[in-house]
Each structure stands twice: as C-alpha cells, then as structure tokens.
Design a binder for this molecule. Structure first.
Ligand SMILES: [Zn+2]
Length: 124
C-alpha cells in the first residue's frame, strides 16, 4: 500500500512548512500514472496526520492528466490510460507529465492560503 508512504511524506513536507499551526486543507495534484487510489490516500492521510497539527485536515485530491510526446510523429497528446501509445500507432512516446505528485496549496487555520512553492512571508 504505497498510499501510506505518500501520505507520510505529504504530512512531513507540510509540517516542515507550517510548523505548529493547525492545518485545515491540504490540496494535492496527483498524476494519473501514480496509480494512487484517492480513498486509500485519504485514509492513509488521516492515519499519518493523527497526533500532528494536521490532524483533522481535509485532503483534496486533484487528478492530473498524463501527457506524452511521440518521437515518431512529434505529436503531443493526452494519455487516456497507462499505455504509452500515440494515436499514430507508435509506442515511441516520451512521458511529459502524469507521474507527478504535487502539494498545490495548504490552508492553515489563520485563514491565509500559503502556496506550497512560492512562500510569501506575511507580517501582521
Ligand atoms: Zn505519433
């Protein structure tokens, strides 16, 4: 069950940024090819968050479509499933996205949503 490992790393990454502040919402973007079961991830997140300031936080999971580029015809396209196959019939496809797992944003209890990547220090 790799969802538990993912949930634990999400919890520790968020804790590293939010410290002791309570967290209400964690938004994740999960590539289709990560093979993550959203229900299992939500369940694992609750387990991993127990006893930390993230306890009780809602986990929102967005689905990220996977995209590939064909090395035969140069076409970029959205992959409908886990098969790297271009509509032209070639399987010589580079995966552009779909294996990423990104923390999109975190909502802490003082109400300001902190972007996970670009953190802006606030005063007052
Ligand atoms: Zn092609």
């Amino acid at each position: 069950m790799h969802e538990l490992a993912i949930a634990e790393s999400v919890v520790s990454s968020v804790l590293a940024r939010t410290g002791s502040r309570g967290v209400r919402v964690v938004r994740l973007r999960v590539g289709r090819l990560c093979a993550v079961v959203p229900d299992a991830l939500t369940f694992s997140f609750d387990l991993a968050a127990a006893g930390t300031p993230l306890e009780g936080a809602a986990l929102e999971i967005e689905d990220q479509q996977s995209r590939g580029r064909c090395r035969t015809c140069g076409e970029e396209f959205t992959l409908a499933d886990a098969f790297l196959l271009c509509p032209c019939g070639s399987a010589d496809v580079t995966l552009l996205s779909g294996r990423d797992l990104t923390i999109v944003s975190v909502e802490v209890e003082d109400g300001c949503a902190a972007p996970a990547v670009a953190e802006t220090p606030r005063s007052g």
